[in-house]
Design a protein around this ligand. Sequence first.
Ligand code: SF4
Length: 138
Amino acid sequence: MAGPLKRETIEAWRFAISFLVDRDRSKAARKAFWAQGLDRCARILNDIGLSRSEFDDGVRLPYASEDLLTSAMRSTGIDPDTFRSLQAARGGMSRICITCSHRRQCRGHLDAFDFEDHYQDFCPNSLSFAKLLEDARP
Ligand code: SF4
């Protein structure tokens, strides 16, 4: 009979499962995006300054189907629904998030509820978060 599973084995399984779930979700999100029609999709990509090839590369990144920007804004105390936040998202922050190479680390900190303590060490949007926080001060 097999002995107790080692912790590393369990972690490896969990990682593999979450990777597969993430990959399937990203595939589904990509399909749903393009199902809106070429014209509409081209307008959306143009709106956030993203080329089609950047979008295709972005959907291969970890947690591509998840809106990490909105969660990150909330975590740092920024209301993602204000005019300024929406303008900032449209003005470059969304593009940076979609193409961000730190998405796995970002998601890990968001899950652990400690993104706000660490994002300045790795997040390429950190200066924009600081600007939004400064603008929101009374
Ligand atoms: S680390 Fe920053 S830029 Fe990267 S996905 Fe997270 S919030 Fe977006």
